[in-house]
Design a binder for this molecule. Structure first.
Ligand SMILES: Nc1ncnc2c1ncn2[C@@H]1O[C@H](COP(=O)(O)OP(=O)(O)OP(=O)(O)O)[C@@H](O)[C@H]1O
Ligand SMILES: [Mg+2]
Length: 358
């Protein structure tokens, strides 16, 4: 039954007519793949079809695919989208594709899972799951009176407005606000964790006493996360470091996933980039999709260079060349401009976008 089924047939069932570069990306199998594309150009859709192609037509087990994005909302879109598309295949083949243990979600949630995944330890033992603090939890954790006082006391600062003023001034803000001081500390701590900056080295090199204090506060914050509660806590930035060190301590970590696929890659920071290249080290099937324009709105220290220099980094880290298929048509804009043509032929809209006067 499965032999009668083809991607083209499924595209028809989904009323999807991929353009030539989308087709190349969906059917690409071996080696790294670089998909730079504008907004609304079908990036996410293509990733979903590519994942389906691997599972349905190339017998890749969903457990062997790592599919990540950044926000909860985008992760949900991936999960639901993939389920829907695989449902179309199930209608034709009768085969049920089980996604329950697939790595599909936000990079942070996948890192949390990875830390406890037996496939990444020599003796296949599970480690203890740390409690993951999201951005808001992290703020409340640090701002809890006892914790904030402990962080400041560790560097000899009293918990008063003058200290908040000093911290804010270090970040060029004239304010006594505790809230702002904590926000500044959080963004510094997260940068240390995400950009793989070695704070002790900066401490040794700098003569700035306030910077030295902030670095020491970061050290105290790490201790606090470990010991403040009965179960260790971690934050979004540190959970990635923890996952990365787990990968580094296990020789076979690059073999576990046959395919590593990342959406919204323009938001990728240093630690995430290291993680992805490590995960893809064995099979070298790393596919990234991103929009360098959207990276202008980046936050949490992500750097657009990681995206635009992806082909060179593949050479450097994987020793192989990345195929590139840019997507240029903005289908969302096309719909807004020519809504009436949408129902009859989505592909025609794309063509008219490329040549609107035709
Ligand atoms: N070949 C195509 N023909 C018609 N419509 C398409 C095609 N490819 C994508 N689309 C439509 O374009 C819209 C945007 O798709 P998608 O969300 O995958 O794009 P994206 O590039 O991931 O967007 P974003 O920039 O928001 O992340 C969707 O409605 C999708 O159905
Ligand atoms: Mg998208």
């Amino acid at each position: 039954m499965k032999s009668n089924l083809s991607l083209e047939k499924l595209w028809q069932a989904a009323d999807f007519n991929p353009n030539p570069n989308q087709k190349k990306a969906i059917t690409h199998i071996d080696g790294p793949l670089y998909l730079p594309a504008g907004p609304g150009s079908g990036k996410t859709r293509v990733l979903l079809w590519r994942t389906l192609n691997l599972i349905v037509f190339h017998n890749i087990n969903p457990d062997e695919i790592y599919l990540a994005t950044f926000t909860e909302k985008a992760a949900l879109q991936l999960q639901e989208g993939l389920r829907t598309l695989l449902g179309l295949a199930t209608n034709e083949t009768g085969i049920h594709y089980d996604l329950s243990s697939m790595y599909i979600g936000t990079v942070h949630s996948l890192c949390q899972r990875l830390i406890t995944d037996r496939r990444f330890s020599i003796d296949h033992r599970r480690t203890r799951v740390p409690v993951l603090l999201d951005d808001i939890d992290q703020y409340f954790f640090i701002s809890r009176r006892r914790n904030w006082e402990r962080l400041l006391a560790s560097v000899g600062w009293p918990a008063d407005e003058e200290t908040h003023q000093t911290i804010n001034a270090f970040f060029n803000t004239n304010s006594e606000s505790k809230y702002r001081a904590i926000q500044h500390c959080i963004s510094l701590f997260n940068r240390f964790s995400e950009e793989c900056i070695e704070p002790r080295q900066i401490w040794r090199r700098t003569k700035d006493r306030d910077l030295k204090r902030l670095i020491d506060m970061y050290g105290e914050y790490l201790k606090l996360l470990e010991t403040a509660q009965t179960v260790p806590h971690t934050d979004f930035a540190l959970v990635q470091q923890c996952a990365y060190s787990r990968l580094n301590s296990f020789v076979g970590s690059g073999q576990v996933f046959k395919y590593v696929i990342i959406d919204e890659y323009q938001d990728t920071n240093t630690i995430q980039e290291r993680l992805y290249f490590k995960l893809a080290a064995g099979h070298k099937n790393l596919c990234v999709v991103g929009d360098d324009d959207q990276a202008l709105y980046r936050f949490r220290g992500a750097t657009v260079e990681n995206f635009v220099e992806f082909p060179e980094r593949c050479q450097q880290h994987l020793g192989v060349f990345a195929n590139s298929h840019p997507f240029e048509t903005n289908y969302r804009l096309a719909r807004r401009l020519w809504p009436s043509t949408r129902a009859s032929s989505p592909a025609a809209i794309g063509k008219r976008m490329e040549n609107p006067t035709a």
